[in-house]
Design a protein around this ligand. Structure first.
Ligand code: TXA
Ligand code: MG
Length: 341
């Protein structure tokens, strides 16, 4: 792992050519680069370079059976990695770049570490000028998982990227906050009807607009083996260090906080819930704009972790649009069960 990390303050909407050239030369020579996308920060390496991609797994402490998303410039670059039917090609031409990842049949020209030995590959073209410039300048597809260490909340701020990855990667783009704050939606487009493997920044309604139809892959209980679930979804994920308890019924959270004798909890709440919940809290945003809640979620989990409080509480939001992804992340991050008395 690299002891020295180059950090460059770069505007993600209008990135400096010089910084992009430097980062791209690091990608081409087998290094690792942390960069913003429109969803979360990623740790990227040349997708064709087995050693560089293995390095990502080591840095993240990621299990080897959890494949990486490969970031491409456009549909043409995607076609150099995957076999796609004309419906998929047309749909992607209309919708990329966007936070939409497709699982497609791989051409088999990527190292096994990237795809975890599967015969499919997950591809996306990120709607972020810096990320797209980096891919173009590198001239190769960039394999990049979310930049957090495995099991931790995803990284949406460059300050958090520096905190977590300084000295472990070769280059960090210090580019502030990402736009959505929630990862891309992953869909398997190999069958007749696209299947959502991981809800994300793009909702099912938009996907139906793009592909004409869509269905959910209802996650099986953890003990049940089922393919094709996004393999990463079986792991504990997105979790703060302190126990997080999720109230599926927001009103149960109000009662719990009012009755709790100790002042040892911090709550993540919507603006609407805030006046009713006693104790220390972080307001995520209004339930009328779930994008706002999504944007603040991962950062707030990290902020809550840094407080003196013992436990973190959160409540459900409506499962529509990006709310589906918010609830998916909260459920994975939570301990399960009810909080202690
Ligand atoms: O928004 C995003 O997607 C971010 C940014 C950096 O692009 N990336 C991201 O990567 O969330 P990661 O590694 O944290 O999550 C990738 C997910 C994992 O759950 C993995 O199992 C799944 O994608 N995945 C990768 N390849 C797959 C494949 N061939 N079939 C099914 N799932 C796959
Ligand atoms: Mg991740």
């Amino acid at each position: 792992m690299s002891a020295r990390t180059i950090v460059r303050k770069t505007d993600q909407l209008n990135p400096s050519r010089e910084d992009i050239r430097l980062a791209a030369s690091i990608i081409r020579s087998g290094g690792t680069v942390v960069f913003p996308t429109e969803t979360v920060y990623g740790i990227g390496a040349n997708a064709y370079d087995e050693k560089a991609c293995s390095q990502i797994f080591r840095i993240k402490k990621r299990p080897p059976d959890n494949p990486l998303i490969v970031h491409v410039k456009d549909v043409e670059m995607a076609s150099s990695l995957a076999r796609m039917d004309s419906r998929t090609v047309e749909a992607l031409k209309r919708s990329w770049p966007s936070p939409l990842t497709v699982v497609v049949n791989s051409l088999g020209n990527l190292p096994n570490v990237v795809t975890a030995g599967l015969d499919t590959v997950a591809l996306r073209s990120p709607a972020n000028p810096l990320a797209l410039a980096l891919i173009s300048e590198s001239g190769v597809p960039i394999a990049a998982p979310s930049a957090n260490i495995a099991t931790r909340p995803s990284i949406v701020l460059s300050s958090e990227a520096k905190e977590e990855l300084m000295g472990r990667v070769d280059f960090i783009f210090d580019s502030g906050q990402t736009f959505f704050g929630i990862e891309s939606t992953i869909i398997d487009v190999r069958g007749d009807v696209p299947v959502i493997l991981r809800p994300g920044a793009i909702g099912p309604v938009e996907i139906r607009h793009i592909f004409g139809s869509v269905r959910f892959n209802h996650e099986p209980p953890v003990h049940e083996e089922q393919i094709p679930l996004a393999p990463g979804m079986k792991y504990r994920h997105y979790a703060p260090r302190k126990p997080l308890y999720l109230f599926e019924d927001p009103y149960a959270m109000i009662t719990y906080c009012r009755n709790r004798r100790k002042d040892d909890f911090i709550s993540l709440v919507s603006a609407e819930m805030a006046p009713m919940v006693p104790g220390e809290k972080i307001i995520l945003g209004s339930e009328k704009n779930l994008y706002e809640i999504g944007r603040n979620l991962f950062h707030s989990l990290r902020v809550a972790d840094r407080t003196e409080k013992e436990i973190i509480l959160a409540h459900a939001v409506e499962e529509r649009g990006i709310g589906l992804a918010i609830m998916n992340r909260l459920r994975k991050a939570a301990e399960g069960g009810t909080p202690p008395d």
